[in-house]
Design a protein around this ligand. Structure first.
Ligand code: ADP
Ligand code: MG
Length: 383
């Protein structure tokens, strides 16, 4: 899908509206993790270097759902951004209104307006009137049909920021032209949000290694006892279909415990002999070995989702050891997903990945082969 990028635009003397994804954690009135700000900094710096008349920045924060929620004001974001840029960022307390003429202005949380999530064309048009050019860099939100992601492009010349461009290039390459063997390692907890990705990876990749709580739905589909392990009953049918695909690799052993509790005594069993009163909380050592072997042979690796309940140290081995194996590999490696990034960071391997996606849901949908509304709207208006 072709869209304009920053290099296609002339920002000199123009007013520019930037939609970023600065949905960052706030603690005690301060930004607690500024990764998302750092990732969009190159876009902001590029725009400023081009001699813009004004840069207006917008983001959402939390889920205020169309109302003003005091603790979801973007004031701490503007403050942190100002520190990172070493420039004043004038924060205004409204989304729509009369803007001051400071060089950099940040408007209020766009989800304070109901028009945002309603994808209201009128609201989108009003926002577009702030500027001559629109820059979309909020990759992590592009799967949403919301006004600041899909409407503004329809009124003023628009382009992707560096972050969005890089995400689409890196993820697109995996679907179009991956170096093989290409493996996907998929884990986590909600099969509902991942089944489309598993199916698309079964089409595109050479092997799909599945871990996490999702495996128990597959075992159930296979008629195995899964004890008290998490299961997505509505997806047993779809899991059963995937079972027939020889690219699918499921763990052969699991770590079980009495309870979902780090102090619960643990043991390792074959997936064919999970006791009815136990819960499966991690993949076992044989599975780690087999997955590690496939990782070592791969030339392209996509990883989303922890292999076990890694927040508890007794059930983190599968996730942390695979994180190490992925980091060791010479393959092109991509990791994405909120909990996966936390796990990779805990394993100390984030900076050894070829690409760290900022998109959770957006990345999952992109890699599932779906068209993201925000990107489609950008592509439609490419001049
Ligand atoms: P991501 O955010 O990377 O996409 P998910 O949100 O899908 O990942 O899943 C992460 C969660 O899955 C973690 O909180 C982890 O504890 C949980 N999880 C993984 N394996 C298990 C398991 N066997 N039982 C219970 N929870 C699990
Ligand atoms: Mg998650």
């Amino acid at each position: 899908m072709e869209f304009n990028t920053l290099k296609d635009m002339d920002f000199n003397g123009k007013k520019v509206l930037l939609r970023a994804d600065f949905n960052v954690p706030i603690k005690d009135g301060k930004v607690a993790d500024d990764q998302r700000l750092l990732r969009t900094l190159p876009t902001i710096q590029h725009i400023l270097e081009q001699g813009v008349k004004q840069l207006i920045i917008c983001t959402h924060l939390g889920r205020p759902k169309g109302k003003v929620v005091e603790e979801m004001r973007v004031t701490p974001v503007a403050q942190r951004l100002s520190e990172l840029l070493a420039e004043d960022v004038k924060k205004v307390d409204f989304v729509l209104g009369e803007l001051p003429d400071d060089l950099i202005v940040m408007i209020e949380n766009v989800q304070f307006e109901p028009g945002e999530r309603d994808n209201d064309p009128e609201y989108g048009k009003k926002l577009s009137e702030y500027a001559d050019i629109f820059v979309l860099d909020a990759f992590g939100q592009c799967h949403r049909n919301y006004a600041t992601l899909t409407q503004i492009q329809q009124h003023i010349p628009s382009c992707a920021g560096f972050l969005l461009e890089e995400e689409v290039r890196s993820l697109g390459k995996l679907l179009e032209n991956p170096e093989r063997p290409f493996i996907a390692i998929l884990g986590g907890v909600k099969l509902e949000t991942k089944i489309a990705l598993i199916n698309n990876m079964l089409d595109n990749a050479d092997n799909v290694l599945v871990g996490g709580a999702m495996i128990f739905t597959f075992y159930k589909a296979d008629g195995k006892e899964i004890g008290k392990s998490i299961v997505d009953d509505e997806f047993v049918g779809e899991a059963k279909q995937a079972l027939g695909n020889e690219k699918l690799v499921l763990p052969s052993d699991v770590v079980i415990a009495d309870e979902f509790d780090n102090n619960s005594p643990k043991s390792v069993v074959s997936v064919d002999s999970i006791p009815a009163d136990k819960i499966g909380l991690d993949i076992g050592p044989d599975s780690i070995n087999e997955f590690t072997r496939l990782i070592a042979e791969a030339k392209t690796i996509v990883w989303n989702g922890p292999m076990g309940a890694f927040e508890m140290s007794n059930f983190a081995d599968g996730t942390l050891q695979l994180a190490d194996a992925i980091a060791e590999s010479s393959a092109t490696t991509l990791v994405g997903g909120g909990d996966s990034l936390a796990a990779a960071s805990q394993a100390g391997v984030l900076d050894r990945m070829s690409h760290v996606s900022t998109g959770g849901g957006a990345m999952l949908e992109f890699l599932s082969g779906k068209t993201l509304p925000g990107i489609a709207a950008l592509a439609k208006v490419r001049q």
